[in-house]
Design a protein around this ligand. Structure first.
Ligand code: SAM
Length: 224
C-alpha cells in the first residue's frame, strides 16, 4: 500500500445472539495496531425492509471507517454537491439584537456531509453486465463514489480486497484510477473480469487519453 494512501472499511454490527460490539472492538484493534482512524461515516440504507430483531429494532445502517497509517499525508479533495439553488445567492440569515437583518452569501457548492444515505443497492448497477449473476451484498456505487472522488486522483491505484460484484472496481475505473480486485469466490472474480472488460470498452475518449498518459508515464518510470 502507498504510505500516504487511505483504507476505507465498511463494517456492519452483529446482533447475532445479542449486540456484539463488533465495530467498537474493530476500531480498538485498528488503533492498537498503529492505524489512525481519520473519520467515521454512518451509512444509512434508506429503503431497508423493517424487520424486528428479538428485542431491538432492525439495524438499517453500517459504519464506514476511513483510516491511514500514522504520519501519512493524505490527499483529500472533499466531494462537493450543488447547493439547492445551484448558484451563488445572498440569503437572509437571522435578525440581530438591534433588529437589523443579517445576510450571508450562499456558495454554489457545498461539501457533502459524513452521513451517507442511499437506498440498498440497485441490482441493475451490476445486472446490466450479466443478468444471470447475483450477489447477496453489493454496496451501492454511490458509497464508493464519495470516497474515491475525495481521496484519489486519476492514475492512482485502488484495491478492493472483497470486490464481490465489482461495484468499487467500476467506480475506480470511471474515476481514472487503476483497479485491482480480490475475492475468494471464483464466480464473482469471473464476473468482475467480464464487467471490467465491458466498462473499459465503453470508456470515453478523454478517459482513454488518460489511460494512455498513465501507461506511457509508467513506461517512462520503468525505463528510468
Ligand atoms: C459484502 S461482499 C462485498 C461486496 C462488494 N463490496 C461489492 O460492492 O460488490 C463481501 C465479499 O467478500 C468476499 N470474501 C469473503 N471472504 C473473503 C476472503 N477471505 N478473501 C477474499 N474475499 C472474501 C465474498 O465472496 C463477498 O463477495
Amino acid at each position: 500500500m502507498d504510505e500516504n494512501g487511505v483504507i476505507v472499511i465498511i463494517i456492519g454490527e452483529s446482533y447475532s445472539g445479542g449486540y456484539k460490539s463488533v465495530i467498537t472492538r474493530y476500531e480498538m484493534m485498528l488503533l492498537e495496531s498503529g492505524v489512525e482512524i481519520i473519520g467515521k461515516s454512518p451509512w444509512i440504507k434508506s429503503n431497508s425492509t423493517p424487520v424486528i430483531l428479538k428485542d431491538f429494532f432492525r439495524p438499517v445502517d453500517e459504519t464506514i471507517l476511513v483510516c491511514k497509517m500514522k504520519g501519512a499525508k493524505v490527499n483529500f479533495n472533499p466531494k462537493m454537491k450543488k447547493t439547492k439553488e445551484g448558484k451563488k445567492m445572498v440569503k437572509k440569515s437571522h435578525k440581530a439584537k438591534d433588529g437589523t437583518n443579517r445576510f450571508f452569501v450562499q456558495a454554489e457548492e457545498t461539501v457533502v456531509s459524513n452521513v451517507i444515505i442511499t437506498p440498498v443497492v440497485n441490482d441493475s448497477e451490476y445486472k446490466k453486465y450479466d443478468p444471470d449473476f447475483t450477489h447477496d451484498a453489493p454496496a451501492p456505487m454511490d458509497v464508493y463514489q464519495q470516497f474515491v472522488e475525495s481521496y484519489t486522483l486519476p492514475g492512482m491505484t485502488c484495491i478492493d480486497i472483497f470486490c464481490g460484484a465489482g461495484q468499487g472496481l467500476e467506480v475506480f475505473a470511471r474515476n481514472g484510477c487503476n483497479a485491482i480486485g480480490v475475492d475468494i469466490d471464483p464466480v464473482s472474480v469471473e464476473f468482475c473480469n467480464k464487467r471490467m472488460n465491458m466498462v473499459l470498452g465503453e470508456r470515453t475518449e478523454s478517459e482513454l487519453q488518460q489511460a494512455l498518459i498513465i501507461e506511457s508515464e509508467d513506461r517512462l518510470t520503468a525505463a528510468a
